[in-house]
Ligand binder design. Structure first.
Ligand SMILES: Nc1nc2c(ncn2[C@@H]2O[C@H](COP(=O)(O)OP(=O)(O)OP(=O)(O)O)[C@@H](O)[C@H]2O)c(=O)[nH]1
Ligand SMILES: [Mg+2]
Length: 218
């Protein structure tokens, strides 16, 4: 048992070392990097699409797209004329810092202001693996239910902002967004919460403005 714990600690330590190297490279090149995490289908790609449309006149944006397999999301983002690098984890349920290190080598970092990393759809393991990012943001859609903060607290603890998506569906669901907000802030009192609807565009302006302010601190 103690051997197993030692191995897990080593994996995290090795990941953190490379994450620090990534962070140094990104800072040197003045690239603000945002790790977007959340369940499958919670709206990660939709949030990146909407925010990119809002900010791409002001900032040069690129995306590292993490998926178990395929390139469907990368194709969606390519349509917005942003540079996209696809990572296929081949089964792994999260991105790690060495995957990001190799993706960074194929981007022209000097020309990028804002780099989104779309993590693999999962509310658990991505929270445990630092990538070298400046900001961690999670998407949660209303359809996932009120109990998610209590059931998956680590993700809520590790993120700076929660984008509560699919607000347009509120009238059709027996889910109270106020309960999600309250429970999430109980776990992480500093968590910024943005209720949005990616399909309608509601709340995207507020989120983009907040992100732009964060980037200006780089
Ligand atoms: N009604 C509604 N549907 C939405 C909204 N945002 C996204 N969707 C839909 O939800 C589905 C999943 O959205 P994506 O943006 O692909 O979600 P994702 O988190 O990137 O999914 P994975 O990459 O597969 O983990 C799509 O069919 C979207 O059209 C929203 O605000 N309201
Ligand atoms: Mg996606």
């Amino acid at each position: 048992m103690s051997e197993k714990i030692k191995v897990i600690k080593k994996i995290f330590a090795a990941n953190e070392k490379i994450a620090e190297e990534n962070a140094a490279v990104l800072e040197e090149n003045q690239v603000f990097t945002v790790n977007i995490m959340g369940s499958p289908g919670s709206g990660k790609t939709s949030l990146i699409e909407n925010t990119t449309l809002n900010l791409k006149d002001k900032l040069k944006i690129a995306v590292i797209e993490g998926d178990i397999q395929g390139s469907l999301d990368a194709e969606r983002l390519n349509r917005l004329n942003v540079e996209v690098v696809q990572i296929n984890t081949g089964g792994a349920c999260h991105l790690n810092s060495s995957m990001i290190q190799s993706a960074l080598s194929s981007l022209n970092l000097k020309t990028i202001d804002l780099l989104f990393i779309e993590n693999v759809g999962n509310l658990v393991c991505p929270a445990e693996f630092l990538l070298g990012e400046r900001l961690r943001i999670m998407t949660l859609s209303l359809t996932e239910g009120e109990d998610k903060p209590q059931k998956y607290p680590l993700m809520f603890t590790k993120c700076e902002a929660l984008v509560l998506n699919k607000m347009d569906l509120a009238p059709f669901l027996s889910v109270n967004p106020e309960i999600i907000k309250k429970e999430a802030q109980k776990i992480n009192p500093k968590l910024e919460i943005f209720p949005v609807s990616c399909t309608r565009g509601d709340g995207i302006k507020e989120f983009s403005e907040w992100l732009k302010k964060k980037i200006s601190t780089l």
